[in-house]
Design a protein around this ligand. Sequence first.
Ligand SMILES: [Zn+2]
Ligand SMILES: [Zn+2]
Length: 207
Amino acid sequence: MEVIRIPAGIYAANCYLVYDEDTKEGIVIDPGGDVDDIIAQIDKLDLKIKYIVLTHGHGDHIAGVEGLKSYTKADIAVHKDDEALVKDGSKNLSSMMATGTVEFDPDILLNEGDIIKFGNLEAHVIHTPGHTPGGISLKIENALFTGDTLFAGSIGRTDFEYGSFEDIMNSIKNKLLEFPEETRVYPGHGPATTLKMEKQSNPFIRQ
Ligand SMILES: [Zn+2]
Ligand SMILES: [Zn+2]
C-alpha cells in the first residue's frame, strides 16, 4: 500500500491517495478541493482511481468530489447516514463556507463491515459516528483513515448539528482502540500518528 497525503482546499482537510503499487489501482479519500493538485498526482503516478470514498459529509472534505469524479469517472461512496449531508449544502455546512454550496448524489451508500476492493487491497468500512452520524474510518492493511473522528492529540468536534460526544467517544474507545497499538492513523486534519501514541498522550483518551 502506498499513501500520499495532499492537504486540500481552503480548510486543508487531508486528501489521501491510497493505491496498490502493483496494479496502480487506487482510491481517493476526502477530496476537499484543489482538484488540480490531486489530478496532477494521479497523472504523475499513472493511477486508475476506482472510488472516491468520503469519511463523512462535511463541506471541507467534499468540495473537490464533483471535479474529481468528472475526471476519474470513479464512483462516490459515503456512509448511508451521511447521504442527507452530501445532498444538502446547509446540512454539510458548505453553504456557510468559502467553498460555496456543495451538493451531489453519491453512487454507493456504505454500511458497517463493507469492503471496498481496489488492486490487491481492501478497505474495511468501520462506522464511527459522533462527529457526524455517518462518519466512517477505513482500515487498510495496518492503517486507519479516521476522518474527523480521531486526530493526533485531539478528536473531532461534536458541537455541530448531528454531532454527539457520547457517540464519538464510543466510536474511538470501542472500535478504533480495539485495533493493535502499532496501527498507523491517518486523520482528516493534521499529521499521522499511531494508536499507541494516542493512548499515551491524547487527552480525550488517556485517563
Ligand atoms: Zn468534519
Ligand atoms: Zn474536517
